[in-house]
Write a protein of this length. Structure first.
Length: 87
């Protein structure tokens, strides 16, 4: 009897990235005198395939060159989650 509600809640969670603002995730930054590449590897994620509407998972890596400012390391996995929670 509750299956339709559970499916609805599951789909709302798996597409909740549309209600998240990526710019807000990266809003707080730290000013540093650092000009080397920053790399965060093996960020786990899971998402919903836009074509088949089936879940999938993987790992991703993010690298960027700072221009005076860096973001905290916890912000990058959070940013991945924002985009993984979209179709």
């Amino acid at each position: 009897r509750r299956t339709p509600l559970r499916v609805k809640q599951s789909l709302q969670f798996l597409t909740s990235g549309y209600r998240m603002d990526p710019a807000k995730v990266l809003q707080r930054r730290f000013t540093v005198k650092h000009d080397e590449m920053i790399i965060v590897k093996d960020i786990d994620f899971y998402s919903l395939c836009e074509h088949h509407c089936l879940p999938f998972f993987g790992k991703c890596h993010i690298a960027y060159m700072p221009d005076r400012d860096i973001v905290g390391l916890s912000k990058l996995p959070r940013l991945v989650e924002v985009f993984a929670r979209r179709l």
